[in-house]
Design a protein around this ligand. Structure first.
Ligand SMILES: *Cc1c(COP(=O)(O)O)cnc(C)c1O
Length: 464
């Protein structure tokens, strides 16, 4: 998110009472930023190929209906991996023709529904192909059908997110004894199998390794088509996985860099013989989400200052449990929502949950936080606040989209320059520099909802 837009939004969230003593944690989504990322993705691929490309947003990254609707309006489809995600996509109005189903554990009922709707399905394995055999034989379907392959090109820096290791649970492991031949044979026996799918990247996987995985899938498609004597594989689904910079406001690597790398390393991919599907998630949303939380108390422990805030494990689960793999920035604002200045002090920023490890940041150098201050946690638009973890029955926070008009801060797409004075982070009074309008994307969870979702209507279940 452009820092000038973020500063305006923090100030406005406090001014307009979105963040308050009663509502001490909220999440913000920068609508203009999301639009800009969707446009950057579309134009990056349009610059390297005339082939038809469906950019299917991985719903997993930000499962919110208004976000899916916004991306839909920007021309994107969706990639879903569960009945819940499919329901969200349908609620957002995404048509089946622009929907791809990918989960590794699809039930027969899920497959039947997908084929009845005409949603594209990527089978994860050969057993799933056998299920598809029966369904395809029993009723005609408009669903394009594919199979996921694991090129086994290796891991990135985060093991849990490395999908293309030798022993990954996803897809058919191509380098295993006999596996590649089995996939070719499976395709030759099934004229309706027209797609190959691979998703080799994710946070921590270098672009070159992602491109290598795509190259393996492309080579396999060429082999299948050669063996079939026709263009049986007509579409390659190259997955998502573009990593995100969690250390600054930079939006790197860019889609343009990745598309250019693919064009250089797998040129046949873009020559028009193959339709393409992409499945980016984190890179479309991460930079456009920010959590705001009030500092409830400050103290020192063992000589170290600690700010106890309302943002912790419930919305930054990965960071709290695996802080080295998932560091997040923390930005300090005063109680009015102005960037906090003052002496930089090494301190801990803690969350509200009742276990000692609930820390957003440990030993972080920041202007010393005070009671009533606001901390902003940027880069949390994907896999963070939309992925609530119900520890301590902490409520899901409200999520609000925002737009900025006027003051030169309105329509920038992440660039730092160009703001005509007043909107900068050092400004004492951002009012007049840009008007921030919020719209609710998800309401905060109520206590009544927590009770209802926790068996409230079944209170006698264990005593009756
Ligand atoms: C998670 C996932 C994605 C999205 O990955 P990002 O790293 O968020 O871009 C795409 N495709 C599949 C199959 C996935 O499992």
């Amino acid at each position: 998110m452009a820092s000038s837009r973020r500063d305006l939004a923090v100030r406005a969230a406090v001014d307009q009472g979105l963040l308050s003593a009663a509502e001490p944690v909220v999440a913000l989504l920068d609508t203009a930023g999301i639009r800009a990322s969707a446009a950057a993705l579309t134009s990056a691929f349009a610059a390297v190929t005339d082939a038809p490309v469906l950019h299917a947003f991985a719903v997993k990254a930000c499962p919110l209906v208004p976000v899916l609707r916004l991306l839909r309006e920007a021309g994107l489809g969706v990639e879903v991996a569960s009945p819940g995600e499919l329901a969200l996509a349908r609620a957002a109005g995404v048509p089946p023709a622009d929907t791809v189903l990918d989960s590794p554990a699809k039930t027969p009922a899920e497959l039947r529904q997908a084929l009845a709707l005409g949603i594209a399905v990527n089978a994860d394995n050969l057993q799933e192909l056998a299920r598809l055999d029966a369904l395809v034989a029993s009723a005609p379907t408009a669903s394009p059908l594919g199979i996921r392959v694991n090129p086994q090109v290796g891991a990135g820096s985060i093991g849990a997110l490395s999908t293309a290791t030798a022993t990954s649970k996803f897809g058919v492991a191509l380098r295993d004894e006999g596996a590649r031949k089995a996939v070719v044979q499976a395709c030759l026996e099934r004229p309706w199998l027209t797609r190959l799918h691979t998703h080799t990247g994710s946070q921590g996987v270098p672009l070159a390794l992602m491109a290598e995985g795509v190259g393996e899938a492309y080579a396999l498609a060429e082999d299948i088509n050669h063996a079939a004597g026709r263009q049986q594989i007509d579409t390659l689904d190259i997955g998502g996985g573009l990593p995100v910079d969690f250390h600054s406001d930079e939006e790197t690597p860019t889609y343009a860099e990745y598309a250019r790398l693919l064009a250089d390393t797998v040129p046949g991919l873009f020559d028009g013989r193959y339709g393409l599907v992409t499945e980016f998630g984190r890179s479309l949303l991460a930079k456009h989400g920010t959590v705001l939380a009030r500092v409830e108390y400050t103290k020192t422990s063992g000589g170290r200052p600690i700010a106890v805030t309302h943002a912790g494990v419930q919305l930054a689960t990965r960071t709290v449990y695996a802080p080295d793999a998932w560091p997040l920035r923390v930005l300090a604002y005063d109680s009015e929502g102005r960037p906090r200045t003052g002496e930089v002090t090494v301190q801990d920023v803690a969350g509200p949950a009742c276990f000692a490890g609930d820390l957003l940041a440990t030993g972080r150098a920041l202007p010393l936080l005070h009671q009533g201050d606001v901390v902003a946690v940027p880069d949390t638009g994907a896999y963070y606040f939309a992925h609530h973890y119900a520890y301590n029955s902490l409520p899901r926070p409200g999520i609000h989209g925002f737009t900025v008009t006027g003051g030169g801060a309105g329509s920038g797409n992440g660039g730092a320059g160009g703001d005509a004075g007043g909107a900068g982070s050092g400004s004492d009074d951002a009012g007049g520099a840009g008007v921030v309008a919020f719209t609710t994307v998800r309401k905060p969870q109520t206590l009544a909802e927590i009770v209802a979702e926790s068996g409230g209507a079944l209170a006698d279940a264990l005593v009756g």
